[in-house]
Ligand binder design. Structure first.
Ligand SMILES: Nc1ncnc2c1ncn2[C@@H]1O[C@H](COP(=O)(O)OP(=O)(O)OP(=O)(O)O)[C@@H](O)[C@H]1O
Length: 212
């Protein structure tokens, strides 16, 4: 059986020039409608390839909670600084939640790359579009449900959303499916019907295309 740790030796970043790090550790972008199973598949991938993959640290304007450290859980910044950075185009994606801004900066992704790891980015369509304008050269994977009825069932089954939130997500999912299914927008489209097969498809892509 394939063993990632045997076949792939993590590069020592000391010997790498900044010019080649981004190409060798191209980020892996996962996108798909809410409830399609992105987190479920990614959890497995992170477990199996924990040495190879990493998540970027997000920025937030919320205050640190006791025990949280700047640069570990989040980069804690004030609103003015973050708004200016957003205006400057330094963020891939950001959102406002409960009166605070949260976002993923391009610099945070490069930080993961500089550790010799493949940065995993779970983003929405807008994030994909923004990433395509950067020099990060990610691989793009779209995860989709077999159909919208099944998506609705999974969202309801997860029991994490209000009815209003479910409706909002389902409405959004139609646009997302259109973008996801448009040829050329993604390097790989995974249909998450059977979870084992969906996982295998993403895993094969990681091993055969990304880890080279
Ligand atoms: N192949 C599958 N078959 C059946 N259920 C699944 C499958 N994949 C995922 N699920 C279930 O569907 C629900 C939604 O999955 P998950 O939370 O991973 O979606 P998501 O795409 O990460 O959603 P969000 O974008 O809202 O975070 C979960 O309850 C999960 O256990």
């Amino acid at each position: 059986m394939f063993s990632a740790s045997k076949r792939y030796i993590l590069p020592s970043t000391r010997h790498w020039t900044t010019a080649i790090i981004p190409m060798a550790c191209r980020p892996l972008v996962i996108c798909g409608p809410s409830g399609c199973g992105k987190s479920t598949i990614l959890r497995q991938l992170m477990e199996e390839f924990s040495d190879l993959l990493g998540f970027s640290i997000s920025h937030t304007t919320r205050k640190p909670r006791p025990g949280e450290e700047n640069g570990r859980e989040y980069y804690f910044v004030d609103r003015d600084t973050m708004e200016k950075a957003i205006e400057n185009g330094e963020f891939i994606e950001y959102t406002e939640f409960s009166g605070n801004l949260y976002g993923t900066s391009k610099k945070a992704v490069k930080e993961v790359q500089s550790q010799g790891k493949i940065c995993i980015l779970e983003v929405e369509i807008e994030g994909v579009k923004n990433l395509k304008k950067t020099d990060l050269c990610p691989r793009y994977v779209f995860v989709k449900p077999p159909n919208l009825d099944i998506l609705e069932k999974r969202l309801r089954g997860r029991a994490t959303e209000s009815e209003e939130s479910i409706q909002k997500r389902l409405k959004q999912s139609k646009m997302e499916m259109d973008y996801g299914e448009t040829p050329g927008n993604f390097d790989l489209v995974v249909v998450n019907d059977d979870i084992k097969e969906a996982y295998k498809s993403l895993r094969d892509f990681l091993v055969e295309v990304i880890i080279v």
